[in-house]
Write a protein that binds this ligand. Sequence first.
Ligand code: SAM
Length: 321
Amino acid sequence: MNRYQRCDLPRGEADDFGAALISGLTGTPKNLPCRYLYDELGSRLFEAICALDDYYPTRCEREILIAHAGELARSFAGHGVVELGSGNSEKTVVLLEAFGGAVHYVPVDIDPEVLDRAGQRLLGVLPDLRVTALAGEYGAGMARAAEVIAGPKLVVLLGGNVGNFTRAGATDFLAGLGGRLGPEDALLLGADLRKEAAVLELAYDDPTGVTAAFSLNLLGRANRELGGNFDQRAFRHVAHYEEREGVVGLFLESLEQQRVSVAGRRFDFAAGERIHIEDSTKYSLAELTALAEQAGFELAEHWLDGSRRYSLNLLRPTGRD
Ligand SMILES: C[S@@+](CC[C@H](N)C(=O)[O-])C[C@H]1O[C@@H](n2cnc3c(N)ncnc32)[C@H](O)[C@@H]1O
């Protein structure tokens, strides 16, 4: 039996980069959806971010997984593991190893290349693992995962991906996900916590410029895929923490007045004008408890790393609408 299979899911309207770019750059303020940060180069740059000292979430999440993987494996023995936005699955290995490796793992990601790379690496370290990779968007991936895994499932959402939704968007997203879960299923949710602005802004704007390169690659991708003429040197990466809202906003700021052609259209930028490219929403324990409840889950476990910067949460569906 082939232990690795990749299935490319049907693309929806939201997968059209050109349409999203035209709509985002004609909007006020200008914006681009963060999912387009992850082409092949973007995924590799994100992996480089994960290795930075200042980017604490990866390190903290791995620490919590190491501490609790055994307990999770005992609770969810016999479950399939579905991971949404799996990236390189580097931390998930800890969990899959604790399961004894004989698991059906279904990673879902919009970047097919990162799925193939992660899949091959996983099979090398876990000889009993079976991987069905789903290349596509969360919603389509979750629908297909329910068909691929006949039995109970542990759904995993790591890397603080939930933070890329607004608070209301996260409730809707989790409620939709919960609608696809049975009574034995559960959701393992990594969520970054509210903390001092200085720590957050350094995590999202490191002095070595790796995060800036990751953001600016969005313009490079528009040049490569949509025939654009963005000059990446004429924009700068900005990370700003809005403390009251608990949201780190990421922007590309035009350094000068300029006109750019892309996707067959022209767009004018004033000096200092920003394109909003990503939000990373931070949570308190009270906010996570409320999020779980409003989305039809119970927050069964809430684990922290030693520095209390990051949380891993086990959510069980309550079965209410
Ligand atoms: C912040 S990275 C986290 C990767 C990994 N979970 C980790 O913890 O290191 C986000 C990942 O989610 C994927 N992604 C982003 N938006 C997505 C969407 N709407 N549907 C499916 N995958 C998505 C990206 O391609 C990327 O690999």
